[in-house]
Design a protein around this ligand. Structure first.
Ligand code: TEU
Length: 556
């Protein structure tokens, strides 16, 4: 059996530093705060941490608008703090993955400041400038944060492209000097000993160079998985990733399975693995995020089937529900009122028993929920406040309806301060946090979870170690055993020596379940369930699954 790369059996923990832990009394998290929680992460058993950006930034998009790739934002601490984190993490056997945002820079970056207003700046064509067309924006492309994707530079009469906020100017990857700058940035951090990189919206970097209008969409088809994206990734991979042996995960916005098979091919000519988001759009009716809608269970199962079978032996996927852009999964797909612990565990098991590398977003391992904000003043996210302005002030959506949509869909839902204990501000900070703590922190916090062997925390700890003990989780072929069932998600993983069955009741009512008799589950053992009475031997083919019950049955 060929030696598997470490990251194929690893679990990675995502930290959003601004909301993780404040070592002082700023009300925002910092690097020293992360250092103070490394032992907690060691106890959970994660193999690596992924930090979202901590570089110099005006924080319009909380660090995804970088103004200096070589400096740490003082809000998070100093370069010495970062070096200390790296050393201590490595000492504890935890690798460190950094976020690299190179589809765009902040408009405060020195390159952009030089380019703005000066067509002859040596940095002008680091960015994408176009003349007006018929006195208006060059194309009708839409920013992902609302509004048109072009902003006027009055001094030169040209527009620059920004797929995200107008303070995030897209880099021109056609320019070899830009590609060299990217190689230099990544090499700097790799040289320091950083173990890997998460590449922000990296499949958007190659734009179709004729910049056409999009008469059927928002323009994404002219820059998503674009014409030279694989060429660019191979160039960066050869120059840096392969040289340092970095693990790399690409965030692929609106991508396809075929492109992801190439992005994450086993020959590692591009990246180690990919994030895709199709399973997190099953509550976007007709692809529309800004609606309040139930999720489509059948669509969810068919997407999992498409990607699990499509990447098996042909690429590698990141497995996740939560991140800093997505609402908390226990509130989104589970029941955070009546079955918070049970549904959090079931949702966790139903992706952690799949093939890929699982990512745990801070707080997911203790079943943190959306905060249920009730006023726009409580929100901070630029995407959410932009969309509120557009939908309420321009499109006439009622404030009540928009607040209901934000309570379900806003990115701030996942960015509330990590809930450490029952002290004021949940032990996150000594000062009032930048974003309000969810009111349930007295019941939902890490200290209580670590002390309770039946908590979500210990369930996640068991899943992380199961992945290391049971090979079929990493290597087994995937088959959906009940694709038509309206409430049960039941899939099989099969390798030469082992069969694993993961059966999940996605709803809050008990349901009769008839497992395939040919699997002979009677000879198996339930190694993981959110109902302890269901664990162990003595499994039968007909079972009554309790609300949100999950069972992982190992059949050797
Ligand atoms: O996310 C890009 C992305 O796909 C999401 O932000 C999504 O487009 C958005 O939520 C609209 O639905 C990455 C980062 O994860 C995100 O935090 C940044 O805001 C964005 O890129 C720009 O850097």
């Amino acid at each position: 059996k060929e030696q598997l790369e470490w990251w194929r059996t690893a679990t990675i923990y995502q930290i959003y530093p601004k909301s993780f832990c404040d070592s002082g009394d700023k009300g925002t998290g910092d690097i020293k705060g992360i250092i103070s929680k490394l032992d907690y992460l060691k106890q959970l058993g994660v193999d690596a941490i992924w930090l979202t950006p901590v570089y110099q930034s005006p924080m319009i998009d909380n660090g995804y608008d970088i103004s200096d790739y070589y400096a740490i934002n003082p809000q998070f601490g100093t370069m010495a703090d970062f070096d200390e984190l790296l050393a201590q993490a490595h000492q504890k056997g935890i690798k460190v993955v950094m976020d690299i945002v190179v589809n765009h820079t902040s408009t405060e970056h020195a390159w952009f400041q030089s380019a703005l207003g000066d067509k002859h700046s040596p940095y002008r064509d680091y960015y994408i400038w176009k003349d007006p067309v018929d006195g208006a924006e060059p194309t009708n492309w839409q920013s992902k944060f609302g509004g048109n994707a072009w902003e006027m530079d009055e001094a030169t009469g040209q527009y620059f492209l920004h797929l995200f906020a107008k303070e995030q100017a897209d880099l021109n990857w056609e320019n070899p000097k830009v590609r060299q700058e990217v190689k230099d940035v990544i090499s700097f951090w790799a040289e320091k000993g950083v173990d890997g990189f998460r590449l922000d919206v990296i499949n958007l970097i190659s734009k179709q160079q004729d910049f056409p209008n999009d008469d059927i969409g928002d323009g994404r088809r002219f820059y998503t998985d674009g014409p030279r994206v694989h060429e660019y990734l191979q160039e960066i991979s050869e120059a840096v990733f392969q040289k340092y042996g970095s693990v790399t995960v690409g965030e692929m916005s609106s991508t396809t399975l075929e492109h992801c098979q190439q992005y994450s091919a086993n020959d590692s000519k591009e990246l180690s693995m990919v994030f895709n988001f199709h399973h997190l759009k099953v509550d976007y009716p007709n692809g529309e995020k800004w609606t309040k809608a139930p999720f489509d269970f059948h669509q969810l199962k068919s997407i999992f089937n498409h990607w699990q079978t499509g990447l098996n032996g042909n690429g590698w996927g990141a497995l996740f529900w939560c991140n800093h852009d997505q609402p908390r999964v226990v509130s989104r797909l589970g029941d955070d009122q009546n079955y918070r612990v049970e549904s959090a565990k079931m949702l966790g098991a139903s992706v952690h028993m799949m093939q890929g590398t699982p990512y745990i977003f801070q707080g997911e391992e203790i079943g943190m929920t959306n905060p249920g904000y009730t006023s726009i003043e409580q929100y901070r996210d630029v995407e959410s406040t932009n969309m509120y302005d557009i939908m309420v002030n321009e499109q006439g959506v009622s404030e009540q309806d928009m607040l209901a949509i934000l309570a379900q869909k806003s990115r701030d839902n996942s960015r509330t301060p990590m809930q450490w204990d029952t002290s004021e501000y949940a032990g996150f900070s000594k000062a009032a946090p930048w974003l309000e703590v969810a009111a349930n922190y007295p019941e939902v916090n890490a200290e209580s979870a670590v002390a309770d062997e039946n908590s979500v925390f210990h369930f996640y700890r068991r899943m992380i170690s199961l992945r290391k003990e049971v090979d079929v989780i990493t290597t087994g072929d995937y088959t959906d055993m009940m694709p038509e069932h309206d409430r049960i998600f039941c899939f099989k993983r099969e390798s030469e020596h082992q069969i694993l069955l993961c059966v999940n009741n996605y709803y809050g009512e008990s349901v009769e379940c008839h497992l395939p008799v040919e699997l002979n589950v009677e000879s198996g053992e339930c190694v993981l369930s959110n109902y302890l009475a269901s664990e162990g031997k003595g499994q039968t083919a007909t079972i009554s699954l309790k609300p949100y019950e999950t069972r992982t049955i190992l059949i050797n």
